[in-house]
Design a protein around this ligand. Structure first.
Ligand SMILES: [Zn+2]
Length: 234
């Protein structure tokens, strides 16, 4: 299991590296997904598809849909598929386009969990790779990036006092990475809007934010609203 996990992390990292360049792995076909679901693929191909599913929401959705169709025919879902579904998100728990959970320790910030890519020095590292390298601790600042449709969102959490933070959110349009226009960025806590900005330059700064669980709303992305979760634990 442990070995399989390491293998998966390596595969995810490898794919991520590939994605940085112009070569993008193509989506598996319907037949391939079906064979994967049946567990009849060769190990290396199965691993590639598993990795792809974890990184590609569209294929994951198509796959889960095909799985739900199959479930009506047969009762039991194989363990390796259940595992994958669990990794894709627990049912009933709302999932956000980006999750960031930080623990504010006395002398450092610990990144408990994120679904984004983390900027370490000049390197952008996906969270699973970060975990495999056991990088969890940061000084006074954590920078997380996530592509939401054609917008690249950056969330920068800066510690100002032991339990007071500045949150800087910026959004750039891909592929040119020009500042996104006409974006509204809001910070909410317990369903109440605390602050909201029209980000003309694609940037918003929320100052003096205390520890807590916040939702950030970005309206204007693809005509809809993207919800991000930011939790800073005291
Ligand atoms: Zn895909």
């Amino acid at each position: 299991m442990r070995e399989e996990f390491n293998h998966l992390v390596k595969a995810v990292y490898h794919k991520w590296k590939l994605d940085q360049g112009p070569v993008r792995e193509k989506h598996p076909g319907e037949e391939e997904l079906a064979c994967f679901g049946l567990g009849v693929l060769a190990d290396d191909l199965a691993l590639r598809i598993k990795t792809h599913l974890l990184l590609c929401p569209e294929c994951m959705e198509a796959f889960l849909f095909s799985l739900s169709l199959r479930q009506t025919e047969e009762r039991e879902v194989p363990a390796h598929l259940l595992e994958l579904v669990k990794a894709a998100g627990k049912p009933g728990v709302k999932s956000y386009v980006l999750e960031i959970i930080i623990q504010a320790r006395e002398k450092l910030l610990e990144l408990v969990n994120t679904t984004g890519d983390v900027l370490v020095g000049l390197e952008l590292i996906p969270a699973p790779v970060l975990r495999s390298r056991k990088i969890r601790e940061f000084k006074n600042e954590i920078v997380i990036l996530k592509d939401i449709e054609d917008i690249r969102v950056e969330v920068r959490v800066e510690r100002k006092l032991p339990e007071v933070f500045n949150i800087k959110v910026s959004a750039k349009e891909k592929p040119a990475l020009a500042w996104a226009k006409d974006l509204r960025i809001s910070l909410l806590k317990d369903g109440v809007e605390l602050e909201s900005y029209v980000a003309e330059q694609g940037k918003a700064v929320f100052e003096q934010v205390a520890c807590g669980r916040y939702i950030m709303e970005l309206s204007g992305i693809g005509g809809g609203t993207a919800e991000l979760l930011l939790e800073i634990r005291p």
